[in-house]
Design a protein around this ligand. Structure first.
Ligand code: PCA
Length: 161
């Protein structure tokens, strides 16, 4: 549970890529030097979107073409202003990704008894609005896993030339 005694303005973020638990950039959300992030639940988008893995660094991109692809599986977090600013900078908003609101279906929180299984929520998501046409021809995933059998190994930001 989140503390109800908090003055900080919190924002809901839906992550579907390398920021998810078990994925290569999740540790950045756990680093209090970047701010605070609290896991709320797993969730999936109400609308379908194409989720592709692209470029020389095999980066996951959600493409802003609602109605195509799959309903995307991810995780819902609440973040403070500092973490939001960190994530915007890390995801190179607005040049690489844009941060836009998305409608979600929230899944039952772990530990059971959530009672709000199937509830909808709105959160921000990092999406590509402008992209090369060829990205629409790539394989579309429902759920991103950097270590999946697609063999498209993610190249860490620090390891890029
Ligand atoms: N990081 C963001 C967008 C894609 C990525 O790898 C995320 O996990 O949602």
């Amino acid at each position: 549970m989140l503390s109800s005694v908090s003055c900080a303005r919190m924002t809901q973020i839906f992550v579907y890529g390398t920021l998810k638990r078990g994925q290569p950039n999740h540790y950045r959300m756990l680093d209090s030097a970047n701010g605070e992030a609290g896991f709320l639940s797993t969730a999936c988008t109400v609308q379908k979107f194409p989720l592709v893995i692209a470029g020389p660094h095999n980066v996951p991109f959600l493409l802003d073409v609602p109605g195509q692809g799959h309903r995307i599986q991810g995780e819902l977090y609440t973040v403070d202003e500092r973490m939001l600013a960190f994530l915007d900078d890390f995801e190179m908003v607005p040049t690489w990704y844009q941060r836009v609101p998305v409608e979600l279906q929230v899944e039952r929180s772990e530990g059971g008894g959530g009672g709000d299984d199937g509830a909808t929520a709105e959160a921000f998501v990092y999406i590509r609005k402008a992209f090369e046409e060829e990205l629409l021809r790539l394989c579309r995933f429902e759920s991103y896993d950097a270590y999946g059998d697609h063999g498209l190994q993610y190249v860490d930001r620090e390891a890029r030339d």
